[in-house]
Write a protein that binds this ligand. Structure first.
Ligand code: ADP
Ligand code: XUL
Length: 522
């Protein structure tokens, strides 16, 4: 028995991925899409609640309901969840969950006879959770930076300048706008620690990988910083769940899962981490140098580093790696899949027609360019939606498709420079990495081969591999990270997309024009 379960509680869906380390294979993968199941009950669109004025939340009770549905699906598919030795997990980063004093007792007495949603509906001091797409906290970001002695001081302390999407600014805004509800909040955690708590049947802390995305963690010490907490909100140290080392199991799984889904009662639960830190592990980036690209709801470009190199221009984020020793550099673009979908829908296409549009247009798009800010953008910072076309006819569907994808790829090349890594190959993951024509554009713009993997869910795979590493480390022989990831983090043979010389030249010419257009509009 050597099975490990990875859970990814993401923006649009929750995924479960089961690996067998003896067979060296992924044995199951199932996903529950929030819109498909919960649009009517929770009102989500693309998994989120757009509350206007750049406020974007989601519903933590929905995540619990979706978790039940996911585990039921895996059980119904005939998978023996009793063989799972440990559960690891990943959550969309930065989102915050607010719980009242009843949360601990309610988690501890979960009964297998009733679904989670019926037993946990009363544990929230705030029914919805602000998530990473919320860009309404600009003033709180400025106040937090000022509170710790300026932007450079916050950067040195936490590895990151204050970003609108980060957790600390979200918490400060809650304290300022809903002081009574803040006072009635007993615990504050992240999406990752909340879903881990559901599994453990008790409150689980925040791992340093996800803690780095809060503007509140001392990145060198991998502990909350009293100075940053003071700058965020009063009494926060008492409310914020503690930092929990990524590799240390927090205990056995709650009896709820034993009784309801047949898990073994000694199945271990690990602290969950962020989706990007988990993807780092799932793609095998456990040594410095390699660079990966995740084409999910957001697009992220990331690399493994020895030291927490920071982005002076405030373009990138730095997180602790859940491997316990390294760091990850990350650039996050909000206009990822949602921008691709916006173009697709605007021209009434499906993904096949989208592919045909890319095939029908030349690299460089005859000089036609788009800035695809269908929503506010993180990198470069664009506060309001603004789609800009240059030499591009809005009526030409195919050229618009190509312009959007080329913009994403060119932007990923321009804004990766701060990482200081030579991009000699790209490892790709995320839902859109299934689309080879999109990847071809990235290969040509970066002038490097793009490698694809068996699963597009590298965050869930990374979560399962973390569970495997932690569980095996409790036995007599502690394997290295390289040994743990090696059987799984292998590109699929024959799937590599190589750059094409003619296209490379076209993009070397176009990139200056794109950068100029970007500068003129940001
Ligand atoms: P997240 O984990 O952030 O919720 P995923 O990594 O699961 O997101 O990616 C989901 C997205 O993948 C969808 O929103 C969809 O736009 C995109 N996607 C799925 N299939 C394709 C395809 N064939 N071409 C382009 N994009 C795709
Ligand atoms: C990373 C970020 C997003 C979320 C959702 O900083 O904001 O990638 O983690 O995937």
């Amino acid at each position: 028995m050597s099975k490990y379960l990875g859970i990814d509680a993401s923006t649009q869906s929750i995924t479960g991925l089961l690996i067998d380390t003896e067979q060296r294979t992924i044995v199951a993968e199932a996903s529950i899409n929030f819109d498909d199941h919960f649009k009517a009950t929770y009102g989500v669109v693309n998994g989120v609640l757009d509350l206007g004025e750049s406020v974007v939340h989601s519903a933590p009770l929905m995540w619990a309901e979706a978790l039940d549905l996911l585990l039921q699906t895996l059980a119904d598919q005939g998978h023996d969840l009793g063989a799972v030795r440990a559960v690891g997990g990943s959550g969309q980063q930065h989102g915050t969950v607010y719980l009242n004093a009843s949360a601990g007792p309610a988690l501890a007495r979960l009964s297998p006879g009733q679904p989670l949603k019926d037993q946990l509906a009363a544990i929230f001091s705030r029914p919805t959770s602000p998530i990473w797409m919320d860009t309404s906290t600009a003033s709180q970001c400025a106040e937090i930076e000022a509170g710790v002695g300026g932007r450079d001081a916050l950067l040195a302390l936490t590895g990151n300048a204050a970003f609108e999407r980060f957790s600390g600014p979200q918490i400060r805004k809650f304290y300022q706008t809903e002081p009574d509800a803040y006072a009635n909040t007993t615990y504050i955690g992240l999406v990752s620690s909340y879903v881990a708590s559901l599994f453990a049947g008790r409150l689980v802390g925040v791992d340093p990988g996800d803690g780095s995305g809060t503007n509140m963690m001392n990145i060198a010490a991998r502990q909350w910083s009293a100075r940053a907490l003071d700058a965020t909100a009063p009494d926060l140290a008492a409310k914020l769940l503690p930092i929990a080392p990524s590799g240390q199991p927090v205990g056995p799984i709650s009896p709820y899962y034993v009784g309801r889904y047949g898990f073994a009662d000694d199945c271990l639960v690990l602290p969950f981490s962020g989706d990007n830190p988990c993807s780092l592990i799932g793609l095998g980036l456990v040594a410095p140098g390699q660079v990966a690209l995740s084409l999910g709801t957001s697009d992220t470009l990331f690399a493994c580093m020895d030291q927490p190199r920071t982005s002076a221009a405030g373009e990138g984020a730095v997180f602790a790696s859940p491997d316990g020793t390294h760091y990850m550099a990350l650039t996050c673009y909000l206009n990822g899949s949602l921008a691709r979908e916006a173009v697709r829908d605007q021209y009434d296409m499906n993904w096949n027609q989208f592919i045909q549009a890319l095939q029908a247009t030349p690299p460089g798009n005859n000089g036609a360019l788009m800035l695809p800010y269908f929503a506010p953008e993180i990198v470069p910072k664009v506060p309001r939606p603004n789609v800009v076309r240059s030499n591009l006819d809005p009526g030409d569907a195919s050229a618009n498709v190509r312009a959007a994808i080329e913009a994403q790829a060119l932007s990923s090349r321009i804004h990766a420079r701060w990482m200081g890594v030579e991009i000699s190959s790209l490892y790709v993951t995320g839902g859109a990495s299934a689309n080879a024509e999109i990847l071809r554009v990235f290969a040509n713009v970066h002038n490097c081969p793009v490698h694809r993997f068996e699963t597009t869910s590298s965050a869930a795979l990374g979560a399962a591999l973390r569970a495997s590493h932690a569980h095996q480390s409790t036995a007599s022989y502690a394997p290295s990270w390289a040994e743990v990831v090696e059987p799984f983090a292998q590109p699929v043979g024959g799937s590599t997309i190589e750059p094409e010389p003619r296209a490379i030249a076209a993009y070397d010419e176009l990139i200056g024009q794109y950068a100029a257009l970007e500068q003129a509009h940001t």
